[in-house]
Design a protein around this ligand. Sequence first.
Ligand code: F6R
Length: 359
Amino acid sequence: DKGTYEHYMLKEVDEQPAVMRRLVQEYTNEKGELVVDEAITSRIQKADRIYIVACGTSWHAGLVGKQLIEKVAEIPVEVHVASEFAYNMPLISKNPFFIFISQSGETADSRQVLVRVNELGYESMTMTNVPGSTLSREANHTMLLHAGPEIAVASTKAYTAQIATLAILAKATGMVKGTAVAKEFNLVKELSLVATGMERLVGEKEHISDLVKANLETTRNAFYIGRGMDYFVSMEAALKLKEISYIQAEGFAAGELKHGTIALIEEGTPVIGIITDEVMGSHTRGNLKEVESRGAATVVVSMEGFEKEGDHIVLPHVHELLTPLVSVVPIQLIAYYASLHRGLDVDKPRNLAKSVTVE
Ligand code: F6R
């Protein structure tokens, strides 16, 4: 039920603060500590390598998950696109653990890999929004995303729920392993700051709608750039914009533009920079200057603490490992308004289905 909303997508964007709070509740014990099924953490902490397999937006969440698990739980992680993994299986380590990330739990590309992983006898977990889904039933373990039904084709609250759930897994596994980073990472507090920050951002709809009118209303293409976490969010930002506004968009590692793609920059080409880290951000600002001098219309999304005068959207400051949870919110809204202002079907874009059950 859309309630008073015109579109499911906007409702689902707005639900994200509540989803963050619900996840903390669902994964907290009576002592207020974050906990994950011990069968999962005790198995994962022994893995010599974790393989994350997913598609689309869920794959983008996996890229963030790699940073979280490597930094907090100190286990090496590889992230793979399911449809590639199926036919070009990488060398598998001696003691692997597989994590399938899938909102629907029904994606055929991911299932194809899970079937193979089961044949090979490797242990796995599915992180999904749908209890009892195919991927959940066929993996050894499940972690639920608790995001509530996601109806809009463009995934929003599932992406942030996936990242938060990966953070919870990283923290819980790190605690079992006893890593110093895990002990210092007060995730309950940090996720509550994220929820508050998201609330502020979803309140900036009018401002974002105006930004879209000024920069993306008629353009044929657009670029998102960033480094580190901001690069991963840039890829998600581009996918979101493509699928519902039909603007050809690309997410780039900011430093890579000058190695070729900068040739595409013309007078007025929108380039949106995402900056949530001081050092990497200063380099991204340099890259924005480069494209600006070639005519690009630049938009800067920066985090409090690292913002500069004239930046267009300022994000509330959150923990450095959780920045995608807030930086993604305005980019979801940018995609929404780009689609809306172009008079397109926001919730049901052409050629797409909510769950992709063909390979
Ligand atoms: C994009 C989107 C898709 C899905 C992908 C995987 O907004 O929704 O890219 O993320 O099809 O779907 P799940 O997560 O259900 O496996």
